[in-house]
Every structure is written in C-alpha cells, then in structure tokens.
Design a protein around this ligand. Structure first.
Ligand code: NAD
Ligand code: UDX
Length: 463
C-alpha cells in the first residue's frame, strides 16, 4: 500500500517536529497534524513562523517550507482521521496522578480516547502507529478497542517509538541512528510495516530501518531511556564521591569514556536530569516490572530515580551550606530554567526542584532563561503546590538579562547549559554582586581557573 495521506494526533514536542520533517522529506504525502488544544494549533498556523509553539533549532525553516504545501495543522480531528490511510498517535502519556499506579504507571487515557475516536470514524482500513512512548503490550489494548468498537474495518497496529532528543530534534529526525518499527508477523502486519518503511525510506537508508515484533519495539523505547538515564545517575553518583576524595568527575568521565566499550556520550555530571521522558519512562518500567512480580528488576531501575532526586537535593543543600547555612532574604540568581539548552521545555527541569528547596529556605530568586517566559517559571512552581501562588511570587522575580539577575546577588546558580552563559562578561557580573561572590555551576560549563582569578568562590559538580 502506498501512503498518500497521513494524520498525526498530537501536535506536541514529538508530533509537531516529526510530522514537519516527514512532510518536508515526502512532498507527495499530505500530512495533517491535529490536536484538541486550539491555542497550540493556532500557534502552529501563526503567519509568523517564529511564533510556532515549540522552540527547536532549525524547526521554523522546515515548517516554513512544508506548511500549506503538504503540511497542515488543524483541530478537525475527525476529518483528518477519516481521510488518512496511516494515523500516528503522538499524544502525551504522563505519569498517572490518581488511582491504581498513581505516581508510577503511564496514564493511557489519552491513548484510549484516540483509539476510540479512530474506531468511531474509520470507514476504510487504517494503519495505526504508536508514536507515543507506551508500556509493553499496549498495542494489544489498542487493537482490542479498535476491533470491538470499530465499523468492521481492518486495523493494523504498528509501534514506531521516537528517539529524538529536544534541542536537537530536527537533526535527530533528519539523521536518525535508527528507525524502529514493530508489527504483527501476519502478512497484513508485514504489509503495514512495509508501508511505513517506505515513508521513512524517502530519507533514511535501509540499514538504519529496523523491524521487530510489536513487544520488542515497545519495550526497546523504555529500555533506551532507562539506559541513557542510568548513565547520568551513574556519573552523578561518582560526582559525589569525587567531591569527597579530590578526584574530578570531568577527568574521570573523560578517562572512562575513552574506553570504546563505554564511550564518551551521556557522561556529563549535572544538577540532575530533567525532561518529560526519563523519569516518567523509568517509573513506568518499574511499575511494569512490579506488575509481573519482578521486584529486583524494579528496585534496580528505581535506583536511577532515587539517585537523580538525591543529586538535585544535594545541589540546593550545597548552596545553603556554603552561604553560611542560611539563604534567608539573600538574592540568588538562577541562570537557566529549561531542562537542557536549546529548548523552551521545562518539564521536570532540575531548576524547579532546586528553586523550591531554596524558597523553603526563604531565599529570593531572580531568574533568567533565554527561552522560558517568566509565567512558565511561576506555573512550574505553582504546580508543585508547595505554597500559595502569592508566596511563590514573593520569592521569585523575573530578570530580562543575566546581568540584571546577578546584580546585588549573593550567589549565581547555573541550572541550564545555555551556550550564551559561557560568553558573558563575568568580571562585570562579579563587580555587580555582593561579596564574597559565589557561583554554583550545576552544569560544569565555566572555566574554574578563570572564575577564581576574577575572585569568585566557584563551586561545580564533582570537584
Ligand atoms: P506533548 O504534551 O508536547 O504533546 C501531546 C499533545 O497531544 C498535546 O498537545 C495534547 O493536547 C494532545 N492530545 C492529547 N490527547 C489528545 C486527543 N485525544 N486528541 C487530540 N490531541 C490530543 O507531548 P510530547 O512531548 O510530544 O510527547 C508525546 C509522546 O511522545 C509521549 O508519549 C512521550 O513520552 C513521547 N516522547 C517524547 C519525547 C520528547 O522529547 N518530548 C521524545 C520521545 C518520545
Ligand atoms: C531523551 C532521550 O535522549 C531521547 O532519545 C528520547 O527520545 C526522549 O528523552 P531529552 O529528554 O529530550 O531526550 O533530552 P536528553 O538530551 O536525553 O537530556 C535529558 C536530561 O539529561 C537533560 O536534563 C540533560 O541536561 C541531562 N543530561 C544529559 C545530563 O545531565 N548529562 C548528560 O550527559 C546528558
């Protein structure tokens, strides 16, 4: 089957960029991205392409090229489902906040809604592709909903997890390490796999397109995220030992990373990993393992999260201890709020938790992030429900530049590794601060010798 019309349900951080790249690379395919969120769709359709809702380097150029040609954003979910031969489900699968599995399991209510809507509308055979990250064996549940509530049409379910990282999404989509497609072993299943392989073959070479059974594909996504996060927690565990022993975690990471079996990537010690995926997906993995009675497996992976929570808490404790055991009424400049550089996404950012700890200690925070609006900062803090909005507002203020954030501050905390932070006039920042002037570099991005030569009391992770 040759695909000419694709629909994607969910115009978020995955659906938006992924469909934009498919549309750019497959001008013969009409790609419609739909979402219930009208504001988000309006932003994707904004006449000024710089106002699209997601900041990703290179994304606005891709959208500009394809939008209106063969890439469309719409709130008309039913029409797009009806017309498409292939439907990606790319909706959010957050951690459950209620009921059984609260705080651990993935909430699949949005996935189920999509399946029911597809079943209701479809009048001809469809390929339904799981793009969202899902617990292993979710395809079974989707198939059951489609087959039992549908209009007697044939559905094939594929799993095609997305491995892009935010901040590098366009590059990751254009040059993926691999494309993973899981499907049914039947002839119909294999035909569906081939139809999706043909879409990716427009720009991805065949040896990078991997096909597996459904369950391997679903589980590979959770496994990949667990392994990546585990490397960060492993190096962060070592960072604490380095601080006690005189070893330097940057040197240790370099030394072990040169072992070709270990490799150099994902060994940057930090204030802790954030982002919408790692914690959610590991908690989900832990829940799945427990549900099969595999308690040792569950404990093993849960430790990755425990270590990450410890690393965030350790950073805020270090600030308080170093500032003579009190930060009450002291101004602390926060440079960075996003969970990593080159994105405006703040979900699970370490900055939120460090800020919450410091506000508990009555600090006054001044926040500067190049891409995160202050209303998002406040919303992130309010979401924790640690105190009232009014209380949060008393303790945190926006700054229009890093220089403004640092003026009269007792300390600077670097929470995100934005490149611009390296290029600042740090002498000017030092001159404007209270003395002694402290820097807590949660991303190890500044030159320790230079900072000390200026006069800063410079602290970083793992040294
Ligand atoms: P997101 O919250 O940015 O976007 C999801 C969108 O789906 C929202 O705009 C929401 O309004 C929409 N939606 C929810 N239910 C809907 C429905 N019934 N009909 C229409 N629209 C609906 O989420 P995201 O970051 O794009 O993540 C989506 C999935 O991809 C998740 O499962 C996530 O784990 C996975 N994933 C995310 C990343 C990442 O870097 N963000 C990477 C790989 C995989
Ligand atoms: C991750 C996976 O990398 C991606 O494959 C998957 O599809 C979605 O989840 P993402 O969360 O967007 O992507 O970004 P990533 O680059 O993995 O960073 C996650 C967090 O780990 C960030 O807070 C980052 O700062 C932190 N990190 C990353 C470190 O602290 N040290 C490192 O060495 C690498």
């Amino acid at each position: 089957m040759s695909i000419t019309k694709i629909c994607c349900i969910g115009a978020g951080y995955v659906g938006g960029p992924t469909m934009a790249v498919i549309a750019q690379k497959c001008p013969h395919i009409q790609v419609t991205v739909v979402d219930l969120n009208q504001e988000r769709i309006a932003a994707w359709n904004d006449a000024d392409v710089n106002n699209i809702p997601i900041y990703e380097p290179g994304l606005s150029e891709v959208v500009e090229e394809a939008r209106g040609r063969n890439l469309f954003f719409s709130t008309d979910v039913e029409k797009a489902i009806d017309e498409a031969q292939l439907i990606f489900i790319s909706v959010n699968t957050p951690t459950k906040t209620y009921g059984k599995g609260k705080g651990m399991a993935a909430d699949l209510k949005y996935i189920e809604l999509c399946a029911r809507q597809i079943a209701k509308i479809a009048k001809d055979n469809k390929i339904v592709v799981e793009k969202s990250t899902l617990p292993v064996r979710t395809a079974e549940a989707i198939k059951s909903i489609l087959d039992y509530t549908g209009n007697g049409v044939q559905f094939q379910i594929l799993s095609n997890p997305e491995f892009l990282a935010e901040g590098t999404a366009v590059n990751d989509l254009l040059f993926p390490d691999r494309i993973l497609i899981g499907g049914d072993a039947s002839i119909e299943g294999q035909k569906a796999i081939q139809a999706l392989v043909d879409v990716y073959s427009n720009w991805v070479s065949p040896e990078k397109i991997l096909t597996t059974n459904l369950w391997s594909s679903e589980l590979s996504k959770l496994t990949a995220n667990a392994f990546l996060a585990q490397r960060i927690s492993s190096i962060n565990a070592m960072s604490e030992l380095c601080e006690q022993t005189g070893a330097d975690v940057n040197e240790v990471a370099k030394a072990i990373g040169m072992d070709s079996r270990i490799g150099p990537k994902f060994l940057k010690a930090s204030v802790g990993f954030g982002g919408s995926c790692f914690q959610k997906d590991i908690l989900n993995l832990v829940y799945i393992a427990k549900s099969y009675g595999l308690y040792e497996v569950a404990d093993y992976w849960e430790q990755v999260i425990i270590m990450n929570d410890h690393q965030k808490r350790r950073f805020s404790n270090k600030i308080v201890q170093t500032l003579y055991n009190t930060v009450a009424d002291k101004k602390i400049a926060f440079l960075g709020w996003a969970f990593k550089k080159d994105t405006n996404d703040t979900r699970e950012s370490a900055a939120i938790y460090v800020a919450d700890d410091l506000i508990n200690e009555e600090a006054r925070l001044s926040v500067y992030d190049p891409k995160v609006p202050f209303k998002k900062v406040l919303a992130d803090l309010d979401y924790l429900e640690s105190r009232s909005t009014t209380q949060n507002q008393k303790h945190i203020a926006p700054a229009t530049s890093a220089y403004e954030a640092c003026e009269n501050a007792h300390a600077v905390a670097i929470l995100t590794e934005w490149d611009e932070f390296r290029t600042y006039d740090w002498q000017r920042i030092y001159d404007s601060m209270q003395k002694p002037a402290f820097v807590f570099d949660g991303r190890n991005i500044l030159d320790a010798d230079q900072m000390k030569a200026i006069g800063f009391v410079y602290n970083r992770i793992g040294a």
